[in-house]
Design a protein around this ligand. Structure first.
Ligand code: SAH
Length: 275
């Protein structure tokens, strides 16, 4: 298997050190060489819920595996400070620790918080970037997130910041509550990539249309991108809520909004399951 074809590199992850490793979105072929090196050396892997089973299978036998997934609203899942505490404790036991996270550890993954805690505690660490779902997912759905004829920029946005979180009356939240100003985004960025947005589709689509985006704007929702379970639903901003309600799409889903979605018609190359 791939893991054993890269020569071991003991210096890459020394005892007492933590590697914050991005596992990519799911396809094990999208692991970096650095991720494989770290996994080869690990005494213990602490992984989150988004790391795909195919990648977990690559963890060498004999390595301790701790599932520390934080899935929204699941009381059984570990809280962030517990995860940080256990990384610190494992490093202090002089273990080689891999903290394995879906996608890229510094893209909506709270890897920044974990790294800050390690830095505060004086624990040696390294960051291994991974392919983020917002880049690799659209690629596997046949959607170029930039295209010279369409857009000169692209925005990566969390859909979790919303009116629901702000506690402010509808219409007020962009200015004061949510850190995402959807109307401004609607006017500024031709292509939007939304993470964690499935709970807020009605709010987000309504705000983008209020900001001037046409109801015809194409939208692609890619579930379990890059895995054998990948499914892609193409709809429009105007039909987004009803089409998703009529499907059984559930997170993890990456959402692409903008005219680049139209390229999927000719560029879909990966065998999606039908929605
Ligand atoms: N650090 C991760 C993002 C974590 S936030 C990264 O860089 O990819 C969690 C969100 O990421 C999910 O709600 C979903 O929007 C997206 N996501 C992660 N993996 C995904 C996958 N395989 N398919 C679709 N969406 C995914």
């Amino acid at each position: 298997m791939t893991v054993i074809s890269i020569p071991p590199d003991p210096e890459f992850l020394r005892p007492g050190m933590v590697a914050l490793v991005g596992a990519g979105p799911g396809d094990p072929d999208l692991l970096t060489v650095a991720a494989i090196k770290a996994l080869q050396m690990a005494d213990v892997v602490v992984h989150d819920a988004l790391v795909s089973p195919a990648i977990l299978e690559l963890i060498p036998a004999g390595c301790q595996v701790i599932a520390a997934g934080k899935r929204g609203g699941n009381p059984a899942s570990a809280c962030q400070s517990d995860i940080c505490d256990s990384l610190v404790a494992l490093a202090r036991q002089n273990k080689r620790v891999v903290r394995l996270k879906g996608g890229d550890p510094f893209v909506f993954g709270r890897g920044g918080e974990e790294a800050c805690r390690l830095a505060d505690e004086g624990i040696l660490f390294r960051i291994v970037p991974g392919l983020t779902a917002g880049i690799a997912g659209p690629a596997y759905a046949g959607i170029p997130i930039t295209h010279r004829l369409v857009n000169a920029n692209v925005a990566f946005i969390t859909g979790q910041e919303s009116a629901e979180n702000s506690g402010l009356p509808e219409g007020e939240e962009d200015r004061d509550g949510s850190r995402v100003n959807w109307e401004l985004i609607a006017r500024t960025f031709p292509v939007l990539i939304l993470y964690m947005a499935m709970k807020n589709l009605a709010f987000v689509s309504q705000r983008l249309m209020a900001g001037g985006r046409s109801a015809d704007t194409p939208v692609a929702l890619i579930q379990w991108a890059t895995t054998p379970q990948q499914r892609t639903l193409v709809t429009s901003l105007g039909n987004l809520v009803q089409d998703v309600a009529a499907s059984d799409l559930k997170p993890p889903v990456i959402i692409v909004i903008g005219d680049v979605v139209r390229y999927r018609e000719s560029l879909a190359w990966f065998p999606d399951l039908t929605v």
